[in-house]
Design a protein around this ligand. Structure first.
Ligand SMILES: [Zn+2]
Length: 94
């Protein structure tokens, strides 16, 4: 197993850093693990599982097109939320 982070993941992490610093990530009321992301061309919704059982989802075109990797919005939510941050490890274990 390689310890080098795949290039696509580094690129995605940089994109996520951009999202977390310039977009607004707002928890959806009454829906644990759901966040609305605004500040891009359109608002998107990320649904993460606080219990770390289900894969996170996002409504953006990138996430819809490529089911095997996380989009930058999912990563940005995980970066921002201390209670979800540990789930980022999944990025590096696959
Ligand atoms: Zn997305």
């Amino acid at each position: 197993m390689s310890h080098a982070t795949p290039y696509r993941d580094m690129r995605m992490l940089r994109a996520a850093r951009e999202v977390s610093s310039t977009y607004t990530i707002t928890p959806v009321a009454q829906t644990p693990g759901a966040y609305t992301i605004t500040g891009g061309s359109q608002p998107y919704t990320v649904q993460a599982d606080p219990n770390w059982k289900a894969e996170p989802t996002c409504t953006c075109p990138d996430a819809t097109r490529r089911k095997d990797t996380w989009c930058k919005h999912v990563i940005a939510v995980f970066l921002k939320e201390p209670t979800l941050r540990c789930q980022l490890i999944d990025l590096f274990l696959e």
